[in-house]
Design a protein around this ligand. Structure first.
Ligand code: GH3
Ligand code: MG
Ligand code: MG
Ligand code: MG
Ligand code: MG
Length: 308
């Protein structure tokens, strides 16, 4: 059981800060029109080695955030000229590009409904001025830690841990989105390694895993910009805004290269059977079904080929 006190013990905070900073200080943007207040926040942040960037209003904050995407956190006052803190938060949260930016609002005592407005607009936290140094530090670190955890979990939920390719869940999420957004031709390919079971049976599962990792890298290199995923076991899926002919040609080149390659010290060679769907059906899932059907046809016709 961790008490509130020990969770934010000095040693814990130091460890978190070191991990978050890694090699270079985390960039924090401070938007505040009062110079005194801005300098005070800067000093507090620098005590924990944050790299502080200062701006005087919401408009400058927007420009700075566009310019420096590595800024991880925004600490913003409310009453500022041009664009105030609340408007700034609203604008930032309409843009998914800033979804991982940690936002902490600040304002002077008296604006009691403002904290709710900030949080509703998407701020992660809010502090009333004047505040205790300790509370400021706790909230800054707590919110950065929570965000780090969220990014980690999101990554775990969308990436295949063996190959580093996207997993089946993100194929469906991102594929559906691209399918509905796209006005151009789209193509989807299902690839299945031939006789992969015999590789496991001959060389063992660890070698099989190693080969799947290498195949994952080959796919990433050969199809940059594609939505590429490990669909399951030794099955992969590619989706892109290209026509069937282009997809077919790229796959031919890929299969040819793969045939000549020797994997691991055992010099194992691999072939793929592939099904391609380039007639957008009513749904993304429909395209997967068609490609899957053609994949089985490729297997039936003797493997190591593309059917579309
Ligand atoms: P086919 O040409 O008909 O596709 O034959 P196959 O042996 O590739 O197909 P089958 O579906 O019978 O077997 C797939 C094999 O893939 C079985 C399993 O051992 C292997 N496999 C699936 N996932 C993994 C994995 O994560 N690691 C390893 N090493 N092997 C896996
Ligand atoms: Mg102000
Ligand atoms: Mg197979
Ligand atoms: Mg099979
Ligand atoms: Mg299979």
């Amino acid at each position: 059981y961790i008490t509130k006190d020990s969770r934010y013990s000095f040693n814990h905070v130091i460890k978190v800060i070191e991990r978050l900073h890694k090699n270079q200080g985390i960039k924090v943007l401070v938007a505040e029109d009062s110079l005194t207040s801005r300098r005070f926040i800067k000093i507090l942040l620098e005590q924990y080695h944050f790299h502080v960037i200062e701006v005087e209003n919401g408009q400058e904050a927007l420009a700075k955030l566009e310019e420096e995407p590595e800024i991880r956190m925004l600490i913003t006052d409310h009453n500022m000229p041009l664009v105030n803190g609340y408007e700034l938060v609203r604008m930032l949260r309409q843009n998914t590009r800033f979804q991982d930016l940690v936002i902490v609002g600040l304002s002077a005592e008296g604006d009691s409904s403002l904290s709710a407005k900030f949080i509703k607009a998407g701020a992660n936290d809010f502090l009333k001025k004047p505040f205790y140094h300790e509370e400021f530090h706790c909230r800054v670190i707590h919110n950065l830690e929570a965000q780090e955890m969220l990014v980690k979990i999101r990554n775990l939920a969308s990436v295949d841990s063996l190959t580093g390719l996207k997993n089946r869940r993100s194929l469906f999420d991102e594929g559906e989105r691209l399918f509905h957004r796209s006005s151009q031709a789209v193509s989807l390919a299902m690839l299945d390694l031939d006789h992969f079971k015999s590789i496991n049976d001959t060389y063992g599962h660890l070698v099989g895993d190693e080969i799947l990792k290498m195949v994952g890298r080959e796919i990433q290199d050969a199809f940059p910009g594609f939505l590429s995923c490990r669909f399951g076991g030794e099955e992969f899926c590619l989706f892109a805004e290209i026509n069937g002919e282009t997809m077919h040609n790229l796959l031919e080149t890929f299969l040819t290269r793969l045939r000549c390659k020797e994997f691991t010290d055992a010099k194992i060679s691999l072939t793929f059977s592939v099904g391609v769907c380039s007639q957008p059906k009513a749904s993304f899932e429909g395209m997967i079904k068609v490609a899957d059907h053609f994949l089985y046809e490729a297997k039936r016709l003797g493997r190591d080929q593309i059917v579309s």
